[in-house]
Design a protein around this ligand. Structure first.
Ligand code: F6P
Length: 532
């Protein structure tokens, strides 16, 4: 039966009509216990989902939808290594990367727990030596700079976690991230670095990504031009394609392995997270894994009605499929998480931006929302107007860290007050005071949904929990929609076209098979080179 024909879906459609005229203000007024009932806590993370356009019946119907989509079994299948990534005939076992040693986990017939922990040990040895100044460059000086070269999942996760955990930095190592093929980014990283003391970490699951390989080549050239006679001492790699890394001249002891069952956007838990470990130390990296494992256990063992990623994923379904919401805004009131919206846009949109379902049929409902956002309070002075008075319904995630250091109290109180005020204003608006509000353009309708995710200090453990929560929320959405969140075929076609255009630019010619717009753009670029 198609999802849209299931009784739960039909009932949700009717239910949306029944409650869409009810204001959340009235829901709160009618039920003083609403915030307590619609909130949930796990290991220091408190999630308030009471400011949503839901009743007890809404949740019941969403849980019925989850039952009809067989969500419980799908969650089991995620953990037991079933081939959930059907288009690539692979399991998706990122949860195994954060399982404690000694837990038997199978990918097909192979126990993968042992190799995962062996690789973590290799990473630990390297990280400890690097932090101790024992890794030396060609001239015998200790390495003091690490430049991560990778893009997409080989960049966004470590970049976010490294930046978010700067308060836990216990090394003088200088760390940079280079993703873009635009040479400005690598030039900026190289310009402040010393070839004698810099190591490049080439992070690429496939070891075939054009941007990454080109940036790595530029890095090598930079070393050679500055007198480096042993460039292999200045490169490490993290990849699932060991052969390609070795063929590029990388010594095998400098290569860390990831596996084909880890999607790029789910890989920060592997050696892809090495920059985080190098900066904060391996104990903190293990804490990061432990936080994620806590969220894994929660997803796997808690009933659906008390399950954080399930509740949040079903709320996404409620707005996307029944209120026709097209976007979700993520607004951390925590400067440490300023990379989070960008990270989540890959995690969620690359995972769930799909129109073909797992049975190879086009879907007849919307899938991933557009994920966007920025830190608060900056967002208030930029786009919050759109959320309060715009015409699109946009659910918001607020993330709020409790940073209690005395020297920052004056700032922190204002930050917290602003975050809490935004949620209240979005929910309540001022339209109940119509007689006092004139003219109409000052009326704020309210009834705009938001979730507030509160936590203590952003520790490695908490960050691990939060990122795993978003991974699983994405999985819950995909399970309801019956789509594969672990492939990304949509990005392949443009890679092929760009390869052929690169050839054309190289040969100074335009391929006649292009449309006139594309041909004109190529010609214009070639002309600009010629006129130089
Ligand atoms: O082009 C998309 C993508 O394949 C992402 O899924 C991935 O995270 C990124 O490119 C980088 O891929 P790789 O780690 O193989 O270089």
């Amino acid at each position: 039966m198609r999802l849209t024909d299931t009784p739960a879906w039909r009932k949700l459609q009717q239910h949306q009509k029944d409650i869409s005229g009810i204001h959340m203000r009235d829901m709160f007024a009618a039920d003083p216990d609403r915030a307590n009932r619609l909130s949930i806590e796990l290991d220091g993370i408190y999630i308030d989902y009471s400011k949503h356009r839901i009743t007890a019946e809404t949740l019941d119907l969403l849980f019925s939808l989850a039952d009809q989509a067989d969500l419980k079994n799908r969650i089991d299948a995620l953990f037991n290594g079933s081939l959930l990534n059907r288009s690539e005939q692979r399991p998706a076992l990122h949860t195994a990367l954060r399982s404690p040693a000694g837990t038997a986990i199978k990918a097909g017939n192979t126990d993968i727990s042992r190799p995962i922990h062996d690789e973590l040990s290799r990473m630990e040895q390297f990280v400890n030596r690097l932090r101790a100044g024992e890794i030396k460059g060609y001239s015998g000086k200790s390495i003091n700079t690490l430049i991560n070269i990778g893009i997409g999942g080989s960049d966004l996760g470590p970049r976010l976690a490294y930046d978010a955990l700067k308060d836990f930095k216990t090394s003088s190592l200088s760390v940079h991230f280079v993703a873009n093929i635009d040479a400005r980014e690598i030039n900026a990283a190289l310009s402040g670095s010393d070839p004698e003391t810099t190591v490049f970490m080439v992070s690429s699951k496939s070891f075939s990504t054009e941007e990454t390989l080109t940036n790595a080549k530029t890095a090598r050239q930079w070393l050679l031009e500055r007198g480096c006679n042993e460039p292999e001492k200045h490169f490490i790699a993290v990849t699932a394609n060991i052969t390609a890394a070795e063929n590029s001249g990388m010594p095998s002891e400098n290569i860390f392995k990831i596996w084909d069952w880890t999607g790029g956007r789910y890989s920060v838990w592997s050696a892809i997270g090495l920059p985080v470990a190098a900066s904060t130390g391996m104990d903190n990296f293990y804490q990061f894994l432990a936080g994620a494992h806590c969220m894994d256990e929660h997803l796997h063992t808690r009933p659906l009605a008390k399950n954080i990623p399930v509740i949040l994923g079903l709320l996404d379904i409620w707005y996307i499929n029944f209120f026709n919401a097209k976007t979700l805004a993520v607004i951390p009131y925590d400067q440490s998480l300023h990379y989070l919206p960008g990270y989540l846009s890959q995690l969620i949109m690359e995972s769930n931006g799909k129109y073909i379902d797992q049975d190879n049929q086009p879907v007849d409902y919307n899938t991933s929302a557009v994920i966007w956002g920025n830190v608060g309070t900056n967002a208030q002075h930029a786009f919050m107007q759109f959320l309060h008075q715009g015409t699109h319904l946009t659910p918001v995630d607020f993330l709020l860290g409790m940073n209690h250091s005395e020297d920052q109290k004056a700032h922190q109180d204002i930050l917290v007050a602003n975050c809490i005020a935004q949620g209240e204003a979005l929910m309540a608006g001022n339209s109940h005071m119509l007689s006092e509000i004139k003219p109409d353009y000052k009326i704020i309708p309210g009834n705009k949904p938001s979730t507030t995710i509160m936590y203590g200090q952003l520790t490695p453990y908490t960050l691990g929990m939060l990122l795993a929560m978003y991974e699983h929320r994405t999985f819950v959405q995909a399970s309801i929609w019956n789509i594969n969140p672990f492939d990304q075929w949509g990005v392949e076609l443009s890679k092929k076209i760009s390869a052929s255009i690169i050839d054309e630019l190289d040969g100074h010619k335009t391929n006649s098979t292009h449309d006139s717009s594309t041909s004109n753009l190529i010609k214009r670029y070639l002309k600009s080179i010629d006129s130089k």
